[in-house]
Ligand binder design. Structure first.
Ligand code: UD1
Ligand code: MG
Length: 454
């Protein structure tokens, strides 16, 4: 027998019941997006990364949209409805059923605070493991107005006092409550149940967990995070501020991992953008969700990528648009004013100018001429265009799908291709050129004579 203890499991309770009236939106606040993912999605990802074994989300009444978002990011999470808004402790107790499941740590997070790093959740959990019944997260606020204040003495947390309940001396404290908290799983329920509502807002305050724990002779401690990390989103300006901080963080991470950003402040990433080493990203590039860029690729200026994968050494733009399902193999080149959707572009293939490629497979080393269009949609359904290796599509061709161009085939410029082309064949589908010698001179002479006679 070893003396190993069973691992402490962790329950994360995410409060997402806010209606967010200051957003002036038909959408609930926590469904607004930062870096291509909802605020709620960010919080769920962070608590998952922090090692939560179980997640409980507390939502407001009649919010199937918020519930659906929970399912999307945390399929196994339990969803509880807080039918009346009676304070943060009341909200946590809506998840009572999860609280009685015997978890070692309980983390409480707000779904409108999307920048908290998993490491910070871990710091709170560690404080609880080290013997505190309650660990609260504080930050030094530039403007503490409105926040709860952390009252500490000799490194111990004495109480959290809400702004509305604080006297002058307490309002002078600048260490504010971020809202995140970790509680010891054994004590959590009895602490929360002992919280009353005799305060300025007649609410059950989660922050009172500190005073209750101390009253029971248990320890409470504070941990501190930078203000930028714990900033909350209450209106669109704060949403933009959170986005800006997220982008700053992501740009730095991408550069530290070995990519060059020529003008980092003009590049916008999604939460999940993956960028390899020795990638160069020129100014004014926007990444939607689901993009992977392999090593040595170059993304030229003013390109927009979403749901796309760019192979090693491939080159995009300037002014290119990669839409979901665009998959570029090694060394592929997609040039200016080219749109690619749901299409695999083979190794070393070139699609360099003014082209739309949708629902297609393009073989290795194929060359797609300027102005080529895959006509993939007839107003009802989509059809596929398959172009073989080394094929050459002349400029300004329309490929009417479903259609196959065999490997090594040529398509003459300006063709409208409606039938399959055999490998190594030439297909020309355009009006045959006619020429009448001297026609123009004769036309002009006749026209001048007519005009002079008038
Ligand atoms: C809370 C803290 C305060 C802290 C501040 C940080 C309490 C009592 N106060 O104040 O110390 O400085 O956050 O931003 O905890 N919620 C519910 N149900 C409720 C009430 C709130 O789900 O009945 C949720 C909200 O949706 C939100 C979070 O809890 O996600 C915080 O509620 P909010 O009303 O914003 O609390 P604050 O007054 O800002
Ligand atoms: Mg708030």
């Amino acid at each position: 027998m070893t003396d190993m203890q069973p691992a402490r499991t962790c329950l994360a309770i995410v409060l997402a019941a806010g209606e967010g009236t200051r957003m002036k939106s038909a959408r609930p606040k926590v469904l607004h997006e930062m870096a291509g993912r909802s605020l709620l999605g960010h919080t769920l990802a962070a608590v998952t990364a922090a090692g939560a074994d179980a997640i409980a989300v507390v939502v407001g009444p009649d919010r199937p949209d918020v519930e659906a978002e929970v399912r999307k990011h945390a399929p196994h999470a339990a969803v509880f409805v807080q039918s009346e808004r009676r304070g943060t402790a009341h909200a946590v107790l809506a998840a009572r059923e999860s609280l009685t499941a015997g978890h070692g740590d309980v983390l409480v997070a707000f779904a409108d605070t999307p920048l908290v790093r998993p490491e910070t959740f871990a710091v709170l959990r560690n404080a609880v493991r080290d013997g505190a019944a309650v660990a609260a997260l504080g930050f030094e606020a530039r403007d503490p107005t409105g926040y709860g204040r952390l009252v500490t003495r000799d490194g111990e947390l004495q109480a959290i006092v809400e702004h509305k309940d604080a006297d002058e001396a307490t309002r002078a404290v600048t260490l504010c409550n971020a809202g995140l908290m970790a509680l010891d799983g054994v004590q959590a329920l009895s602490i929360l149940e002992a919280i009353g509502h005799a305060n300025a807002q007649n609410e059950y305050y989660l922050t009172d967990a500190v005073a209750v724990a101390r009253h029971k002779g248990l320890r409470a401690v504070a941990r501190v995070a930078p203000e930028a990390e714990v900033q909350g989103v209450n209106d669109r300006a704060q949403l933009a501020a959170a986005e800006a901080d997220f982008q700053r963080r992501k740009r730095l991470a991408v550069m530290m991992a070995g990519a060059t950003l020529v003008a980092p402040e003009t590049v916008f990433f999604s939460h999940d953008t993956v960028v390899g080493r020795d990638v160069v990203i020129e100014p004014n590039v926007v990444f939607g969700p689901g993009v992977r860029i392999a090593d040595n690729a170059v993304i030229h200026a003013f390109s927009h990528l979403e749901g796309a994968s760019v192979g090693p050494g491939a080159s995009i733009g300037p002014y290119a648009r990669l839409r979901p399902g665009a998959e570029l193999a090694k060394g592929a080149r997609v040039g200016n004013f080219v749109e690619i959707k749901a299409a695999a572009i083979g190794e070393g293939a070139k699609v360099n100018h003014l082209t739309y490629i949708g629902d297609a497979e393009i073989g290795a080393r194929a060359n797609i001429g300027a102005g080529t269009i895959t006509c993939n949609y007839d107003g009802f359904s989509k059809a596929k265009t398959i172009i073989g290796e080394g094929a050459f599509i002349g400029s300004n061709s329309a490929l009417v799908a479903p259609v196959r161009i065999g490997a090594g085939a040529y398509v003459g410029s300006g063709s409208v291709i409606t039938r399959d082309v055999q490998p190594d064949a030439l297909a020309v589908a355009r009006g045959r050129q006619i020429e009448r010698e001297g026609w123009a001179a004769a036309f002009r002479a006749a026209a001048r004579a007519r005009k002079a006679a008038q």
